[in-house]
Design a binder for this molecule. Structure first.
Ligand SMILES: Nc1ncnc2c1ncn2[C@@H]1O[C@H](COP(=O)(O)OP(=O)(O)O)[C@@H](O)[C@H]1O
Ligand SMILES: [Mg+2]
Length: 338
């Protein structure tokens, strides 16, 4: 509408001005005070004046579009995250990497609880597995630890420091996550891996690539690790994406590692290889492994079995089999499938 007003305004001004000019000029020519040549010259001057006026419409449109973009961008920048540092937040001082969940309850919507009064601890340097049906709240647990959401009740602490009393930056630096669905940027494989720790050296990135068993895959590509992965990584397979995510986590070198069904899209052969690599990386690290296939976590120091947001059983693989509860049922079922 404003552009319409501008355009018709311009046209009106130009039309009126030319009419007035011609009127004045021609009366003077008739009276003999102005020559025809002078009238033509005045006309040429006028046209030079109107050209930029016409151009104004174009400039105006561009300015309006830029302003809309600017508004969108500022709106995004002004969005306040719901999760922020506490007023006098300290740096997380991580010495061992012990994780404690103390009576934690959580829900995305108030009327539908996801986790109920959950208490457990992950000893420093140990490997803890979390198993349970899909929708049991396993991934939510990882999100809480990373503080994508705050707990509704209870407290999560790392080395006796409540995670909502430390700075987000130091907390997230201390935890490397291989998420259930990996987000890749539309850039090269190498840069996607380097995102784990942008300051890493070339040699460190190569090491992470080798540990995540990406070398063979990269060798088959024309451009090697400079291959673009496409929007959201659509040019790599699910398994390759997971291995890129694992390389990222390896590169980050955090004291705490979380694998959220990190090998679910891999075939058994690659899975075994990756599991070996994961074991190697997880040495001297606290690791939480969320797993679907139970055969991948039989060596865990403690296995937590979740059902509907509650911890129903825990123990080592052998203990849980003797206990003959949900875990042993799931185990038998998966053995039969195999
Ligand atoms: N962002 C979200 N908003 C609302 N509900 C969610 C959200 N993410 C997950 N949920 C719900 O929380 C429950 C647990 O999800 P999740 O932790 O991903 O389960 P899983 O054990 O399979 O990893 C699911 O029933 C899911 O529908
Ligand atoms: Mg999940």
């Amino acid at each position: 509408m404003s552009l319409l007003a501008l355009n018709s305004g311009q046209a009106l001004i130009i039309a009126c001005a030319i009419t007035a000019l011609m009127w004045l000029g021609s009366t003077e020519v008739v009276a003999g005070t102005l020559s025809i040549g002078e009238l033509v010259m005045i006309n040429a001057y006028m046209i030079q004046l109107f050209l930029p006026l016409n151009f104004l419409g174009f400039v105006y449109r561009e300015i309006r579009r830029a302003l809309t973009d600017l508004e969108n961008m500022l709106g995004l920048l002004n969005k306040k995250p719901q999760i922020t540092d506490a007023l006098n937040a300290q740096e997380l001082n991580i010495s061992h990497g012990e994780i404690t969940f103390n009576n934690v309850s959580f829900s995305y919507d108030t009327h539908r609880p996801i986790l109920n009064n959950l208490s457990f601890s992950v000893k420093a340097g140990s490997k803890v597995a979390i198993v349970g049906a899909s929708g049991a709240g396993k991934s939510s647990l990882a999100r809480l630890l990373y503080r994508f959401y705050d707990v509704s009740a209870g407290e999560i602490s790392i080395d006796n420091q409540a995670i909502n009393s430390v700075t987000l930056n130091s907390l997230r630096k201390a935890i490397a996550i291989v998420p259930q669905d990996t987000v890749l940027f539309n850039t090269t494989i190498r840069e996607n891996i380097a995102y784990g720790r942008p300051s890493a050296s070339d040699a460190e990135i190569d090491e992470a690539i080798a540990m995540a068993h990406l070398k063979d895959f990269i060798a088959t590509l024309d451009k090697g690790d400079k291959t673009l992965v496409g929007e959201r990584g659509l040019k790599v397979s699910g398994g390759e994406k997971q291995r890129i995510a694992i390389a990222r986590a390896i590169l980050k070198k955090s004291p705490i590692l979380i694998f959220d069904e990190a090998t679910s899209a891999l075939d058994s052969h690659s899975e075994q290889a990756i599991l070996a690599a994961m074991r190697e990386v997880a040495q001297n690290h606290t690791s939480v492994v969320i797993a679907h296939r139970l055969s991948t976590i039989t060596d865990a120091d403690n296995i937590l079995v979740f059902s509907k947001g509650e911890l129903v059983e825990q123990g080592t693989h052998a203990e849980l089999l003797i206990h003959k509860g949900q875990y042993s049922q799931m185990w038998l079922l998966q053995q039969q499938e195999d």
